[in-house]
Design a protein around this ligand. Structure first.
Ligand code: AOS
Ligand code: ZN
Ligand code: ZN
Ligand code: ZN
Length: 424
């Protein structure tokens, strides 16, 4: 299944008059509509290979049809997304779920869809078939040096796969921790993990980054060895310049002020990237922007402010990725919604009158500061996001076109109704 330019053009023709009216009206009221549209055009969000199938919970998995059965089909799925929105131009692979058999062929396939390879993800949270030692009691933190070495070797192997594909970063998420008090010596677990990460770091190519992802709890429920941004920052600082903290929105304790975390990590030059999703309770991995859109906006507001303050390039100095996985929606429609929510929050953040906000802050004018932020948040920026799509040849309404073209039924026809994508 492919979506061609004519199908998109036809769809856009039907919606164009309304879009033009809405955009022109909004642009008249904004000082910087054109600049924002250009930034939206340039902004790309990577799609994780494991979000393309219906996700599982520990209670059950209800697979949808037409899920990608291999890496080639995962790339094809993201190609469809990118054709529809021109904002999903990268794929993030997971080893061993996505081991390429023929690197050159995979690279060619990806470039046919105009996709690049974002961060590589390692997996030491599951035991794989034929694996010598078990990660039941952790991987990089393990009391047994042999288990730690196995985890290190795996990560080095993941880097090698990434080099072949042109990736430039490794994301390490560790499930390591403990579920009962007394189970673990915290200090030794930390030191073992640091030593393991140092060995992986030593294998990192010069132009690569390593992202240390933290998570408050789950699968361990008493302690997690990279449990919060403080611990992640400790590892990243001790490792060196190529190491950064990765923020996954769902990995905090309830009500954590993620925007403040982002601001300070940026200040320290240690923010590496993002896993976008949304949640109400924990690591729910729901569609980005589906539960707390204001929080998403506030995070983007700090990102824009902090990145501009450091002269960073919004498009490439941080890793932007979705990390979601759930049970109910068509995964492709869901990803289109997530990307849209990210672009909306980004556009709103670009609307914030920074000079006025700084002035309000300096005058302790709390009311004015709130007005400035909420004015941006409450502006309907969807015409800007749609305009960016129009200009790049994407669909004005990607979800609508996805449905009109019957993409899912087409995929089911091609791949079958009972398919299970590898992944979570
Ligand atoms: C797990 O909770 C983390 O969010 C990981 O980033 C990710 O979901 C996992 O690595 C997928 O393999
Ligand atoms: Zn994540
Ligand atoms: Zn997670
Ligand atoms: Zn998550």
């Amino acid at each position: 299944m492919n979506i061609d330019k004519n199908q998109i053009a036809e769809h856009n023709q039907q919606l164009e008059a309304v879009q033009n009216r809405r955009f022109n009206q909004l642009a008249e009221d904004l000082p910087n509509a054109e600049t924002i549209v250009q930034k939206l055009v340039d902004f790309q969000v990577a799609i994780p290979s494991w979000a393309l199938g219906t996700g599982g919970t520990r209670f059950g998995r209800f697979s949808g049809g037409g899920e990608p059965r291999n890496l080639e089909e995962k790339i094809a799925d993201i190609g469809l997304l990118h054709a529809l929105n021109r904002s999903s131009g990268a794929i993030s692979l997971h080893i061993p779920w996505d081991i390429p058999e023929d690197y050159a062929a995979i690279r060619t396939l990806a470039s046919q869809y105009d996709l690049s390879f974002d961060a590589m993800n390692s997996n030491t949270f599951q035991d794989q078939q034929g694996q010598a030692l078990s990660y039941k009691f952790g991987s990089m933190q393990h009391v047994d040096k042999a288990v730690r070495k196995q985890a290190v070797d795996h990560n080095i192997d993941v880097i090698k796969h990434g080099i072949e594909l042109g990736s430039k970063s490794l994301t390490v998420w560790l499930a390591d921790g403990s579920s009962f008090p007394g189970q673990l010596n915290f200090r030794r677990a930390f030191q073992n993990t640091l030593e393991s990460l140092q060995e992986v770091y030593a294998a990192l190519p010069e132009d690569w980054k390593i992202f240390v992802e933290y998570k408050a709890f789950e699968p361990n429920f008493y302690s997690t060895t990279v449990g919060d941004w403080g611990q992640s920052l400790l590892y990243a600082s001790k490792l060196g310049d190529k190491a950064y903290t990765l923020v996954d929105l769902g990995h905090h304790l309830p009500n954590a002020n993620i925007e403040q975390i982002v601001s300070l990590l940026l200040m320290e030059g240690k923010l590496g990237g993002f896993h976008f999703n949304d949640s109400k309770y924990g690591d729910d991995d729901l569609t980005t922007g589906s539960i707390k859109p204001y929080q998403l906006f506030l995070i983007f507001s700090e990102l824009v402010e902090g990145m501009d303050n450091r002269g960073m390039d919004h498009t490439k100095d941080l890793g932007w990725m979705i990390d979601a996985s759930h049970n109910l929606k068509d995964p492709l429609e869901d990803l289109l919604q997530s990307v849209e929510a990210i672009l909306i929050a980004y556009a709103q953040a670009l609307l914030v009158d920074r000079a006025a906000l700084t002035e309000a802050q300096s005058a302790n004018d709390v009311v004015r500061a709130q007005e400035i932020l909420q004015h941006a948040f409450r502006t309907d920026v969807r015409p800007l996001v749609a305009e960016a799509r129009k200009r790049t040849g994407a669909a004005l309404n990607p979800v609508q076109l996805f449905r009109e073209l019957g993409v899912r039924s087409q995929l089911i026809k091609e791949r079958g109704a009972k398919t299970v994508a590898t992944g979570l």
